[in-house]
Design a protein around this ligand. Sequence first.
Ligand SMILES: Cc1ncc(COP(=O)(O)O)c(C=O)c1O
Length: 421
Amino acid sequence: MNLAERDLQVIWHPYTQMQTAQPPIPIVRGEGTCLYTEDGTKYIDAISSWWVNIHGHSHPYIAKKIAEQLLQLEHVIFAGFTHHGAVELAERLLAILPSNQAKAFYSDNGSTAIEVAIKMCLQYWHNKGQQRTKIIAFKNAYHGDTFGAMSVSGRSAFTAAFDSLLFEVEFIDLPNNSNIEALKSQISHLKSQISSFIFEPLVQGSAGMIMYEAKYLDELMAHCRKEGVLMIDDEVFTGFGRTGKPFACNHLQTQPDIMCFSKGLTGGTMAFGLTTCTQEIYNAFLSDDKMKTLFHGHSYTANPVACAAGLASLDLFLDASTQKNIDRIAARHTVFADKIKGHKSLKTTRQTGTILAMEWETGNNTSYFSGLRDKLYYYFLNKGIILRPLGNIIYILPPYCITDTELDYIYTTVEQALNEI
Ligand SMILES: Cc1ncc(COP(=O)(O)O)c(C=O)c1O
């Protein structure tokens, strides 16, 4: 049996329908933007492997730092003990986050970063003796696959089997010019019951790269601040340059109370999660009363190897060449979006920073499960490009090291697809 056949025997892949599963493609090596199979077939990773890989695959600098850390200290319990990498990463990140972010809580991935944020908010009010258990979230939001994260995500085919078990959340529309006053009234009306408002800033990734204006989010956030509603800014996807600025909140005036990170945090090398919060939130847990403790911790919390990867990725991220690459990709996306505008197969394009989404014209069938999704997926795969459509929406979200030649190849192939599919 080859590797793909052995895989089918023993592996349960995420988001895969088992009866119709195609054998997975075995990858043996990654370098820069590309992934390679055993026989040397090359794929351009145009979606940064589920949006995590910001500096390219197997980056030698991150690899070196990880290797050094492994020989120094691979892990230590993070209760009662600490280590250099955890402290330095927190110090360096807090220094570039909004000025009100004061404390860092490590976990394992994006979903756990969200779980921690939700628990911080709910227990903040509990510790203050107030019954505020409602959470506000946007319709179609996606915040992860664990139960708390699923609860604050829009109800969909992905949550259907669990809907009756998810806690109640007040779902609101994305803010715009015509509904902003109504949304503010809704929040004011519910404020005494609301613990927090959670959002994906500027771009709802999994919903289909749905984009909305910073201006209205800012207005909603300012209103939450006025009404004493805590704000959770989920930057698991948008963090580390995706929207053109280091963090999506850099497009906003109002500072969130809590921020969540994962994906780009380690440049796509290690599973890692981070939740940051204000001193005010932290203070609500500071007490001699043991019942005020945030009882949350994972075995691998603040794993030193993940911290080393985070620090190395941050070094690369803060290098001037990275911001130049982000600006270059964003500018080239804009030119390409302009070029294909009005194509008969295209319903619309939208862009925020390095994220370019293109929505295929499908008439009424826009389902995530539409046949078009698979057609597009395999079309690009056969041309050596990994794009993973969300229904009829394809998006280009490359590592920042992608070359102009690679981008041109992707753009040309998208144009061919528009003409052929
Ligand atoms: C905005 C957002 N939040 C949370 C998550 C969950 O992250 P993870 O897949 O690491 O659990 C995701 C994953 O795509 C996401 O896009």
